[in-house]
Design a protein. Sequence first.
Length: 281
Amino acid sequence: MQKTSVNIKRMDCPSEIKMIEGLMENLDPSAKMVFDLESRTVQFYHSVDKDQILDSLKAISLPGDLISSQEVLDHDIPDIAPSVEAKTLKYLLGINFTMFVVEIILGFYAESTGLLADGLDMLADSFVYGLSLYAVGKSIAMKHKAAYFSGIMQISLGLLCLVEVGRKFYFGSEPLSNYMIVVSVIALIANLWCLILIHKHKDGEVHMKASWIFSANDVIVNTGVIFSGALVYFLKSNVPDLIIGGIVSLVVIRGGISIMKLSKIKKAEPIKESCCSSNCD
């Protein structure tokens, strides 16, 4: 295995990183890379000849200057990003599944469609993080498949939420506003924690972008359920709970559609100039 350090002057944002990752996926699937956007350098741990890498970089309009190249042993290869991603995703999975159990149990007890919908949203997120965890270290194609199936799961559970809203609208319900508010505040704190954990990965690969979208949606949803709980208390009506349940369902479905669209984005074509350093529309 070789370690080759290359300075790529035009690598100044994640879009170039994506191009280089796609390049190496085809050129040397077993290769690992360490990116440093600040210094615009990449350390390649590879088995192909270094000249192949340099020539391929030129072909995608990202020419690089060779800094150094040397043989390294396997134990000298650093444990790169996937382990960090995996650790983050395990935290997210644990937080979301725990809140799913809490919100489903208390949602049924409180007869709140808002809590039930948010609980199912947490379950959808758990599936997403589980699939994303499976995708860590896998090929780019596998990561896109994981995001695509995450989107399908999100849409399916969103539709299930809508059915529950319709059922309670038809048969009636008496939601307990105090449970709605307290549980939603706890869920909001949990989701803010998730958002902090995933923030540094939000410009990463598609499966991590999917995780960011879900966490951001959850913060909005929790705020809405808290607000609807207050309205239920003051108005003595189940209508606010039914409305927020419907809104949560639509947010879940919209998030699923966004993920499916994201998973279908094709690899960027070679460009003459970086969109991060120029005025691209």
